[in-house]
Design a protein around this ligand. Structure first.
Ligand SMILES: Cc1cc2nc3c(=O)[nH]c(=O)nc-3n(C[C@H](O)[C@H](O)[C@H](O)COP(=O)(O)O)c2cc1C
Length: 383
């Protein structure tokens, strides 16, 4: 199997599984506890059906939308995800270049293996930075100020990761960062010589945004889970979020909002957006799927917040359904990481291209000229 055999997310997943040592693949692929929420995220989209209109002249389709003040060519972008250097030797640069080429937004994680400044140099397109609040508050200020200088367009604060979720696949595979050699992992690395060669001989793994601020920056001795539990600040609260919004002074989202109550509070503290998300099922297992919460949150906040939805998005129809219930755009994580692992920048371009043409085709089949025409009347929930 190779890139030309990849027609959908599942194909990229299979190729990523073939190319990556198992601890790395399962770090991307896995969720928390029994992975109930992980599975539910995609399944939730199947509870309702799309109702098309016919004979509407769909010769000219507009897929564009505006998020964080930036126009993107179609309503799907790359969610912030940690440590791309583990999945491909070009790391975040590959994903950022692919996003710009395809006319969509790149989101960069605090836990990136490429720095804010490096990404700003190679990506002139829409860029979002994802913030984690560390116990060392100087680090938060430093990250915000660097994003301002690097002209990022928006910031999102992840609020669902005050402790790390219990990702049992990582315990079983012995996942660590940088990858550690145990008997089991050694076998897996030996069976993936392409990955191992690139990992050992190319650019060194580092948490590029925080390397200068923490001695854990270049090497997390145990695992990313230990890093989160040791370094992230569990006392983070609404006042801290408000502080970040004021300091940033531009488009700002809370990422990981799942309740109406919290969405309303996000308005009160001055957020311009929320990302309805459960971290791709990697944090609180048993939490609801973002899609199941969307309608209620949209009814409560109206147009006071831009709503982004992530979690389980694998098909163009998933995006259409989310937009019909009030999201302005969706983002996805695992899907593009499979593609990055499978084929670097080319792989990410391919998955974005495939999703864009799916969304376009689905819009035509729905009889919708513009994503603005997607609304609740286009969906029926099955009893
Ligand atoms: C490997 C991996 C790493 C992630 N790292 C981060 C991160 O550093 N910060 C963050 O806010 N979310 C992170 N996420 C969550 C994504 O931003 C997003 O919420 C999630 O992937 C959406 O679900 P999906 O993977 O089903 O598309 C990560 C997800 C994955 C799969």
């Amino acid at each position: 199997m190779n890139l030309k055999d990849c027609h959908n997310v599942e194909d990229f997943r299979k190729l990523a599984k073939k190319k990556l040592p198992s601890p790395i693949f399962h770090y991307i692929d896995g969720g928390a506890d029994d992975e109930v929420t992980l599975r539910r995220n995609s399944e939730s989209f199947n509870k309702c059906d799309l109702i098309p209109n016919v004979l509407t002249d769909v010769s000219d389709i507009d897929l564009s939308t505006t998020i964080f003040g930036q126009k993107i060519d179609f309503p799907l972008f790359l969610a912030p995800t940690a440590m791309h250097r583990l999945y491909h030797h070009h790391g975040e640069k590959a994903a950022a270049k692919a996003a710009e080429k395809m006319g969509t937004m790149f989101s960069m994680s605090t836990m990136s293996t490429t720095s804010i400044e490096e990404i700003s140099n190679i990506n002139r397109g829409p860029k979002l930075f994802q913030l984690y609040i560390h116990k060392d508050r100087g680090l938060t200020d430093n990250l915000i100020e660097r994003c301002q200088r690097a002209k990022f367009h928006g910031l999102c604060l992840t609020v669902d990761t005050v402790v790390a979720g219990n990702r049992e696949r990582d315990h079983r595979t012995g996942f660590s960062t940088p990858p550690r050699l145990t008997f089991g992992s050694l076998l897996s690395f030996a069976f993936h010589p392409g990955w191992s060669f690139n990992y050992l001989l190319r650019e060194k793994f580092k948490l590029a945004n925080i390397i200068h601020m923490t001695d854990k920056g270049s090497s997390i001795d145990k695992s990313v889970i230990d890093y989160i539990n040791e370094q992230f600040d569990p006392s983070m609260n609404w006042k801290d979020a408000e502080y970040c919004i004021k300091k940033w002074g531009g488009p700002f989202a809370l990422k990981g909002v799942m309740s109406v109550e919290d969405a309303k509070k996000a308005i009160d503290i001055g957020a311009s957006a929320i990302m309805i998300s459960n971290h791709g099922g990697r944090q609180l297992d048993g939490s609801r799927a973002p899609f199941d919460q969307l309608s209620e949150i949209k009814d409560a906040v109206g147009d006071k917040l831009e709503i982004i939805l992530d979690g389980g998005v694998r098909r163009g129809t998933h995006v259409l359904k989310a937009l019909a219930l009030g999201a302005k755009a969706c983002s996805f994580g695992k899907a593009y990481l499979y593609a990055l692992s499978a084929g670097g920048q080319k792989g990410v371009e391919m998955i974005l291209e495939k999703m864009k043409s799916e969304i376009r085709r689905d819009m035509i089949l729905m009889g919708c000229k513009s994503i603005k025409n997607l609304n609740k009347s286009k969906i029926i929930f099955r009893a």
